[in-house]
Design a protein around this ligand. Structure first.
Ligand code: KIV
Length: 545
């Protein structure tokens, strides 16, 4: 079978970032984009530049800092294309171009709804006006750059004849990729596959463009729909790491890539993804987005490679292939074996970080070494999972600096209110204002804030103390603890989502997720809470609310 190249378009930083609570900083976006580039992603949708100053800056930095990188892309032979999303207006398109233009390879992705329900109620325009706007937008974008993607939003619910008319016109205006989104996740695989067959057969000029699939997972069918699209001629697929995205999420990259890997004879395509990077990126996205995956999540969930029943365990011991379709190493799942311990020194830790692809500056490494040593006092066996989780925790705490945790003191017991005394450093205030602080080093970091509060349990007490310190209240929308590995000394990983309390009613669309990792779950909870607050402050600075 001759195979076509399947272009992998990752939209973790755009559609994925539209998940409730996810607010990545520009530094984090650059970090994730670098990992995507190394893994072999062809096109990175880095954001929606017109949506906020922060998004514009994130896309611009990715275009400048990641766009030219060739690191680890020998098999592909060219750098990643950096793409920005844009509404079909000249202002949006110009802004998008101004952000992506720094990348040697860049793309403008224009979307305009085509379903009658969107035209009538959302855009309040006729079908002919829709075609006029689409053509005008693509033609204008073409004056800025060659590589133009067009998405008829809600295509799956659009009238097919009208859809062909729109698509024929945008091809003539210069679109090079046509993406057909199932925006509301309504399709089943047979239907979505048939839609591509119809559009490819009935759109004049169809052979000149690359057809692309973009699915939402409202019915849990995003991966199946994407595969059906590939069988019907699609040669670009739009995916996110861990399937993050609005509502039930988008198509998950790891599922599509591993389905293709395990079925080389079914799909007439190849791709350039190095599958051994999948687990690491998944973990980075979990910690930076504050969105855990469920234990039974395909490919990257904690149970994905666990064999519980006796019969399965027996089979796997005799021959892994009895119950294992993918070797964990193939997607980069680290081993659960002891890798470092109490007596491991700087060199051993450095080597392990290198092996795991974690790059730290000298200052970051010194800090990480201290945390590692603290952990070896509390935990006998340090695994690669622990190192990944701890390094991720340090990165997210260091990256967002407004409030730093200096100390958390808890007094608790049964049948009594718990008391928490929390010390934070407000790095945005000058250190000279610190009260009762003798240590010169600490002073130079910012203003030291100390307060105490009581609560029904130590975590509530600590969260209340933090609210008092910063003078704001939050609705705790979600709280979840997971353990990293097993054993009573396992690291705890806490995920929270908070909503700033408004005078009237808290607005659920303004959620901020945070993640914290520590061997003490109260400290992990405080780290997650402060992380979410720091993200909120960052978003306020970038006018993203
Ligand atoms: O779901 C959707 O319709 C989209 C398009 C903008 C591609 O995200």
């Amino acid at each position: 079978m001759t195979k076509d190249k399947l272009y992998i378009f990752d939209t973790t930083l755009r559609d994925g970032e539209q998940s409730p609570g996810v607010n990545l900083t520009a530094n984090e976006k650059v970090e994730i984009a670098k990992l995507l580039s190394k893994m072999g992603v062809d096109i990175c949708e880095a954001g929606f530049p017109m949506s906020s100053e922060g998004d514009f800056e994130g896309v611009r930095r990715i275009a400048k800092e990641v766009g030219p990188l060739m690191d680890g892309r020998e098999t592909i032979g060219k750098p990643m294309v950096i793409c920005g999303l844009s509404r079909a207006t000249k202002g949006d398109i110009q802004r998008t171009y101004d952000a992506v233009k720094y990348a040697p390879l860049h793309r403008i992705h224009i979307f305009l709804a085509t379903s009658d329900i969107h035209l009538e109620y959302k855009l309040k325009i006729s079908r002919s006006e829709c075609i006029r706007r689409a053509v005008e937008a693509v033609a204008f974008a073409k004056t800025l750059c060659d590589n133009i993607e067009f998405s008829p939003e809600d295509a799956a619910r659009s009238d097919r004849t009208f859809l062909c008319e729109v698509l024929q016109n945008v091809i003539k205006a210069g679109a090079t990729t046509l993406n057909i989104p199932d925006t509301v996740g309504i399709c089943v695989p047979e239907e979505y596959g048939a839609l591509f067959k119809y559009l490819r057969e009935n759109t004049p000029g169809s052979e000149e463009v690359i057809w692309s699939a973009h699915c939402q997972n409202d019915l849990g069918l995003a991966t199946a729909n994407t595969l059906a699209a590939i069988s019907n001629g699609v040669r670009q697929v739009e995916l996110t790491i861990n399937g993050i995205g609005e509502r039930a999420g988008n198509t998950s990259l790891e599922e599509v890539i591993m389905a293709l890997y395990t079925h080389p004879d079914v799909y007439p395509v190849y791709n350039d993804i190095d599958t051994t990077h999948i687990y690491r990126i998944s973990q980075v996205v979990i910690q930076r987005s504050g969105m855990p995956v469920q234990p039974n999540k395909a490919i990257v969930g904690v149970n994905a490679f666990a064999h519980e029943s006796g019969i399965h365990q027996d089979g796997v011991l005799k021959n892994k292939l009895t119950y294992e379709i993918i070797a964990p190493e193939l997607v980069g799942v680290p081993s659960n074996n002891l890798v470092l311990g109490k007596h491991s020194g700087r060199n051993a830790l450095k080597n392990k970080l290198d092996e795991l692809g974690i790059v730290l500056s000298d200052v970051e490494f010194q800090k990480f070494f201290l945390r590692f040593k603290q952990l070896t006092d509390a935990k006998k066996t340090i695994t690669e999972h622990d190192i990944l989780a701890l390094a991720g925790d340090q990165a997210i705490q260091d990256n967002l600096e407004t409030y730093k945790i200096q100390n958390v003191l808890i007094s608790t017991g049964s049948d009594v209110l718990s008391t928490a005394t929390v010390t934070l450093i407000d790095t945005s205030s000058p250190s000279g204002d610190s009260e009762g602080e003798d240590d010169d080093d600490k002073k130079s970091e910012g203003k030291v804030l100390v307060d105490a509060a009581t609560g029904h349990g130590p975590i509530q007490a600590a969260f209340f103390a933090i609210n008092r310190l910063i003078g704001r209240n939050f609705v705790l929308e979600h709280f979840e603890i997971q353990s990293v590995g097993s054993g009573d000394d396992a690291l705890g990983q806490v995920f929270v989502r908070i909503i700033p309390e408004a005078k009237e009613k808290a607005d659920k669309s303004k959620q901020f997720a945070g993640c914290g990792t520590h061997n003490d779950i109260i400290q992990a909870s405080v780290r997650a809470y402060v992380n979410a607050i720091n993200r909120l402050i960052e978003a306020e600075k970038n006018d993203k609310l």
